[in-house]
Design a binder for this molecule. Sequence first.
Ligand SMILES: C[S@@+](CC[C@H](N)C(=O)[O-])C[C@H]1O[C@@H](n2cnc3c(N)ncnc32)[C@H](O)[C@@H]1O
Length: 182
Amino acid sequence: MCNDDIKKWLDRMGEIFLIDVGIKHKQTVLDLGCGVGNYSIPTAGIVGRSGKVYAIDKNREHLDELMHRTEERGLENIEIVEVSEGSGLPLQDESVDVVLLYDVIHLVDNRKKLLADIYRVLKPNAIVSVYPKHHQEHMNMELDDVKDEIESACFRFERMIYKILIHDNCLEQGYVLNFVKE
Ligand SMILES: C[S@@+](CC[C@H](N)C(=O)[O-])C[C@H]1O[C@@H](n2cnc3c(N)ncnc32)[C@H](O)[C@@H]1O
């Protein structure tokens, strides 16, 4: 099921969605918990050759699949980086324009530490965009609680986006929360 969805997403829908989120040509974007790259690949199309996507994950198999997909498409602006849980982000301070944190926070052991690390790597006034997805069943938190937690890590809530996005290779409506580094 959803076979056509991923094609539609990678053909054009993904780029339209991510432009709406705030990603721009030439930017440096970190897709944290990138999985097989359903957000990294359209992001690479937006930022272009003068931009860069860091696709970071702790799962080798997902990253191998992403590597295969980038080679198939000839994408040279995605740098794939494997990390281990809690190891910290291997990126320089204030080097990133946008962090995507999509469908991953419910899997992170120490969210406070992760948010502090995201704060460190983001440039001033840069964006962290969060798709919480499983906050109720896995974190026992409402959307407002997620928002409060991220704000308490020194990010200012900017806006909520309710749009069709990709989740587990299927298109569905979802809430994304955008924050700005204060
Ligand atoms: C449900 S998938 C979402 C993938 C992608 N963001 C998307 O929305 O299509 C969650 C991914 O986050 C990764 N992950 C979970 N905890 C992580 C951590 N602490 N650091 C890096 N990656 C992590 C998992 O390995 C998995 O690939």
